[in-house]
Design a protein around this ligand. Structure first.
Ligand code: GDP
Ligand code: IMO
Ligand code: MG
Length: 433
């Protein structure tokens, strides 16, 4: 069976949660490979509506192992809360495992994130304030604490006393804040060990066995390519690799095992947080998209910035991430629009760009649009591609052409069943009718 990666093709919140939930029904293992509880993946299925932050979307399939991979960063309190909420809805989390190599988001990471955003004054990066960059910075600085460390009392005590000393000095010196209390943090760690120890494992043997037995493994990305640390709109990015390459390291999967990369985009574009968004619109139309699409951050509740479909960013994402097929979600949100637009290029001065330039230039580009007729008949409720309004089909075909990747999934509503599946081997473009 293929290893399939589900990757955000824009600025995040494209509908990855829904796609992972749908594909998980036939998966044996689902691995979250990067990020932390900055992610908010919405799943609407027969069990209810859930906003998953760390738990992989495969949790609703009782047959699937769900792994929080070594490339992730885990806030244990947030994870315990999420587990509690799922269990309260009758969802078993028995098969949820955490890599012993995943880094722990400690309370001072969150504090530093908040203080640094505050220090930026009128120009914050707009992070989710979940301590994401400080924990990844500590990982790279090799002063991080990992989930497996919780299981080793002596090792934990030695490392934690160093961390508390160094980070306490930083808090005091840079931010004029109180130092850290060793006993307080240690008590937290002991409490986390008590509650999470059985789930903390070396995931490699599990993953290797699944690969050997040709099991269906799903890799769940967070955020999107435009917020990738290397290829995104730096510095308005997150601090991990959102690309499927990140899944190799972040989930322990050899690159050649990944044969399908589903790039998830919306039929329009949104972003939450700072940085350029070339197709951003404001006014009534933006408000309409936001209300219809319920575009409010799943983690922070912030209103999302909205714009037309950015085909340049999606094409760029498809190239760097190697999308084999595209999931276009929220087509139904555009129902009833007089016309719809696709950005096919950027204009920068007198140049026309076909790809995403570095951030300083991206901030100055103007979108070049193609305007297509909208559709009256609703896409919401449609189950077969053939039954979509002809204008909606033309819009999808144009997206395929602009991005250069066949569409395999079309979202026509938030629910699990509100999705049209097309074989990636007979993409929309070949269905000319
Ligand atoms: P993720 O972070 O990529 O998983 O996306 P989010 O869950 O943050 O945001 C996507 C939002 O769109 C959620 O509220 C979903 O329930 C909703 N959604 C997903 N697919 C569709 C769709 O096809 N139509 C509509 N109307 N809503 C959708
Ligand atoms: P999912 O997985 C949308 C944004 C923040 C900010 C930038 C960096 O649900 O798509 P961070 O807290 O990571 O340091 O913030 O990235 N951001 C997200 N935007 N969806 C997310 O996750 C996000 N996670 C972070 O708003 O601009
Ligand atoms: Mg989200």
């Amino acid at each position: 069976m293929p290893v399939t990666a589900v990757v955000g093709g824009h600025w995040g919140d494209e509908g990855k949660g829904k796609v992972v939930d749908a594909l998980s029904r036939s998966a044996d293992m689902v691995i979250r490979y990067n990020g932390g509880n900055n992610a908010g993946h919405t799943v609407v299925n027969e069990y209810g509506t859930f906003r998953l932050h760390l738990v992989p979307g495969g949790i609703f399939n009782p047959e699937a192992d769900c792994i929080i991979g070594p490339g992730t960063v885990v806030n244990p309190d947030a994870l315990l809360k999420e587990i509690g909420e799922l269990e309260a809805h009758g969802i078993s989390t028995e098969r949820l495992y955490i890599s012993d190599r995943a880094h722990i988001v400690l309370p001072h990471h969150i504090l530093i994130d908040v203080l640094e955003e505050r220090a930026r004054g009128p120009k914050p990066h707009g992070t989710t304030k979940q301590g994401i960059w400080p924990v990844y910075a500590d990982k790279a600085s090799r002063i991080g604490l990992r989930m497996g460390d919780l299981l080793e009392e002596e090792y934990l005590a030695e490392h934690l006393s160093w961390i508390v000393a160094r980070k306490g000095a930083q808090l005091q010196g840079v931010y004029g804040y109180l130092p850290l209390e060793y006993e307080e943090v240690m008590a937290k760690c002991r409490q986390w060990r008590e509650q999470l120890a059985p789930r903390i494992v070396d995931i490699l043997p599990m993953v290797q066995r699944a690969l050997r037995e040709d099991r269906h493994i799903l890799l769940e990305g967070h955020l999107g390519v435009m917020r990738d640390l290397d290829w995104g709109i730096y510095p308005y990015v997150t601090s991990s690799t959102t690309l499927p390459g990140g899944a190799c390291a972040g989930a322990g999967i050899p690159p050649q095992a990944i044969i399908r990369v589903v790039g998830v985009v919306k039929a329009y574009t949104t972003a939450v947080g700072g940085g350029p968004l070339p197709t951003e619109i404001s006014g009534e139309l933006a408000d309409l998209l936001r209300e219809r699409g319920q575009e409010y951050g799943a983690t922070t509740g912030r209103p999302r910035r909205c714009g037309w479909f950015d085909g340049v960013a999606a094409r760029y994402a498809a190239q760097v991430a190697g999308f084999t097929d595209l999931a276009v979600m929220k087509l139904d949100v555009l129902d009833g629009m007089e016309t719809v637009k696709i950005c096919t290029a950027y204009r920068l001065g007198d140049r026309v760009l076909e790809t995403v330039p570095h951030t300083a230039a991206l901030e100055r580009v103007q979108p070049v649009y193609e305007e297509l007729p909208g559709w009256r008949g609703p896409c919401r409720g449609v189950r077969e591609y053939e039954d979509l309004p002809p204008e909606a089909k033309a819009f999808l075909r144009r997206i395929e052409e602009v991005v250069g990747v066949p569409i395999s999934l079309i979202g026509v509503g938030p629910g699990r069943e509100e999705m049209i599946e097309i074989s990636p081997f007979s993409p929309v473009g070949r269905r000319r009718k």
